[in-house]
Design a protein around this ligand. Structure first.
Ligand code: NAD
Length: 472
């Protein structure tokens, strides 16, 4: 069984000071697959010390040096794309095509930041003042296990472009992916202390990092509950905080949409990344008169959802990450049944023919009202709600009636109308008839889905402080 027992501090792999162990399980077989030796507060303090020392020189580095580093990082990640893909599959059962795509995103994030940095204005004239943007300081990046490489790279690309050294705290459930990715980061040859990685528990290493007086910037991706606690912890020293949190995104099917196309699209939005995606479209809003026909269309479309071994190229839906998540999703399915929603497909237990692994039946509820628990809370599993609406205003009202606001989808034939609806939605991103990602556009949430934006120039600005110099 593989052991993961190193931190990456000061440009070198080192044994963790912490000795507590966490066991990892293969989500397909449920067998123990690895042991993580968790970092502790001492490891966190060492990482902050190393990054603080590096800040002295890295904050003064030239654009050219940082552009070269970003290109090196991109190349290092590209070189090991196959191993990164394999680690994703092994660790959380990401279907092979999606896992490959995700490994590619990370290399792209570093390359995009390098390109933007070429013309990025760190100084400009505003009236009589010279407005200077300077690196915010040591940055702590805390990320979840899903989409690990993308989350680390998009934050790191912005920070490094801005001139901030980074300490990454990956999820304790992503040690395998993290090991390969950190080896890539090491291969890029950043100056010692500019990149540091410590894997440990959120309540231990996460809190030690986010409360450290020498940390100026926190960028967190994860659940809304933890995001709020990090924000509270940042108050005493008013650290700059960016939060990328959960979602309960609506998919609005307009009444001119083709129902079969809409059903296929809604499933792909809902079941993305094994249905463990912050941007999953989990509330499908459908004209009331078409709700029954849409339920039939979605039953047909479900024939294309193949649950099973993530290494099989025909699989579209792999297992959930761990037993806790499997059990949590089962509880939500029971809650939907108890609240009176009607099952169109799926339900409790494992899919037919799968007797082990954290596999969940692709589950669709109809007759859902927007106040049911399954329509309000982020489930993070393949459970979708069909919610009928009366007219366009009602659809918009239902879409916005959620504590979240990360993403939204609109499906319809009339482009002008779809864009008008998109403009009325309270969400950081709205995708019309597509699942496409635009890595140069801002990403982030309204309301309890977060604070701040990342990607492209927004990720660089996110790691800068602005200063006005007036007079001569
Ligand atoms: P989580 O909030 O449990 O953990 C995320 C990270 O925070 C982990 O590294 C964890 O160790 C750390 N952490 C936990 N407690 C902490 C504390 N007190 N202080 C500091 N760090 C702490 O989330 P998860 O289960 O790993 O991931 C799933 C969640 O992430 C979902 O809610 C999903 O929507 C969200 N997510 C959001 C985005 C986005 O961009 N908005 C992207 C991916 C995932």
């Amino acid at each position: 069984m593989q052991r993961f027992e190193q931190t990456y501090i000061g440009g070198a792999f080192q044994p963790t000071h912490g000795r507590e162990e966490l066991r990892l399980f293969d989500p397909v077989t449920e067998e123990a697959s690895g042991i993580v030796v968790l970092a502790d507060e001492e490891d966190a303090a060492r990482a902050v010390k190393s990054a603080s020392m590096a800040f002295q020189t890295f904050s003064q580095s030239t654009k050219k040096e940082r552009i070269e580093l970003l290109h090196e990082l991109s190349r290092a990640v590209e070189t090991r794309a196959d191993e990164l893909t394999e680690a994703t599959i092994a660790e959380y059962g990401g279907p092979i095509e999606q896992a490959r795509w995700r490994a590619g995103l990370a290399a792209g994030n570093f390359k995009d930041a390098a390109r933007i940095l070429e013309d990025f204005p760190f100084s400009r004239k505003v009236g009589e003042a010279e407005v200077i943007a300077q690196p915010a300081g040591v940055a702590v990046h805390i990320v979840p296990w899903n989409s690990l490489y993308n989350a680390i790279s998009v934050k790191m690309a912005g920070a490094l472009a801005a001139g901030c050294p980074v300490i990454v705290k990956p999820s304790e459930y992503s040690a395998r992916q993290n090991q390969v990715f950190t080896e890539c980061l090491h291969a890029a040859g950043a100056p010692a202390g500019v990149i540091n990685v410590v894997t440990g528990l959120g309540q231990v290493v996460g809190e030690a990092l986010t409360s450290h007086p020498d940390v100026r910037k926190i960028s967190f991706t994860g659940s809304t509950a933890v995001g709020k606690s990090i924000l509270r912890g940042a108050v005493p020293s008013l650290k700059r905080v960016t939060l990328e949190l959960g979602g309960k995104s609506p998919t609005i099917v307009l009444d001119d949409a083709d129902l079969s196309t809409a059903a296929h699209a809604a499933l792909s939005f809902g079941f993305l990344n094994n249905a463990q995606s912050c941007i999953a479209g989990t509330r499908i809003l459908i004209p009331r008169a078409k709700a029954e026909a849409f339920s039939e269309a979605i039953k047909v479309a479900l024939a294309n959802v193949v649950v099973g071994d993530p290494r099989d190229p025909s699989t579209t839906l792999g297992p959930l990450v761990n037993r806790r998540q499997f059990e949590r999703v089962q509880t939500y399915i029971q809650s939907g049944i108890k609240e009176g929603a009607r099952l169109v497909a799926g339900g409790e237990g494992r899919p037919d023919g799968l007797h082990r692994g954290f596999f969940v039946k692709p589950t669709i509820f109809t007759n859902v009202t927007n106040d049911m628990v399954i329509a309000r809370e982020e489930i993070f599993g393949p459970v979708l709600c069909i919610i009928p609406y009366d007219d366009e205003d009602h659809a918009v009202a239902l879409a916005n009636d959620t504590p979240y606001g990360l993403h939204a989808y609109v499906i319809g034939r009339d482009r002008g109308r779809a864009h008008r609806v998109a403009a009325r939605l309270d969400a950081g991103r709205v995708a019309i008839n597509t699942l496409r990602h635009e890595p140069l556009a801002p990403f982030g949430g309204f309301k309890e889905s977060g604070i701040g934006r990342e990607y492209g120039q927004y990720g660089i600005e996110d790691h800068l402080e602005i200063k006005a110099v007036i007079g001569s």
